[in-house]
Design a binder for this molecule. Sequence first.
Ligand code: ZN
Length: 193
Amino acid sequence: MNFDELVKHIKNDGCRIHIYRSRMFIGDAVGTFQDAECGPIIFLATKGWSKAKFTRFLLHEYGHYLQWKDKFWHNIWSVCEAEDIWQRWITYKIELTPIEHQAARNSQLWSEWDAEMRGYNQGKALNIYRFNSKVYLKSALSYMASIKWGWENRKSWNISIPIKHIKNPRILTIDELYAPLTTKELAATKFIK
Ligand SMILES: [Zn+2]
């Protein structure tokens, strides 16, 4: 299945997709899923990204749609509005106790990792053209590290951080997902603004 067929597949599955012919939109976002009043919708920016890359972004957002479809999305946000808390916390509109901080961080990691795993499984199941499991996992691990870094440093990140030490990307256990960044990971983390 190629990119256009994937777009068609997701639309047939009940989710609208709006593609921007730009590199980014809404701040630094490349892809986003929204539970809008008029129904679920995915926004995706494609300009300047390789097809393999924006196909990966689309698979991730499709993962969020699948969360929405089976109510995981509603359940997790009813426990903790992590995304909203994150936005208000990094802009210093709210302060968090260590327990609240941990809860919001872990909820965000949980929901993003779950979306990554759904996207990963779809990439394989739908036999996406040139889908590379290793590259997908590497990018997913890098994204999780970015989230951790952001919660650690109270700063937003720019798309992704290259973490060059990932040699054997694999599916994380839940303990590994929630674990703080290791010294080695921090040393290999380089932010480009
Ligand atoms: Zn996401």
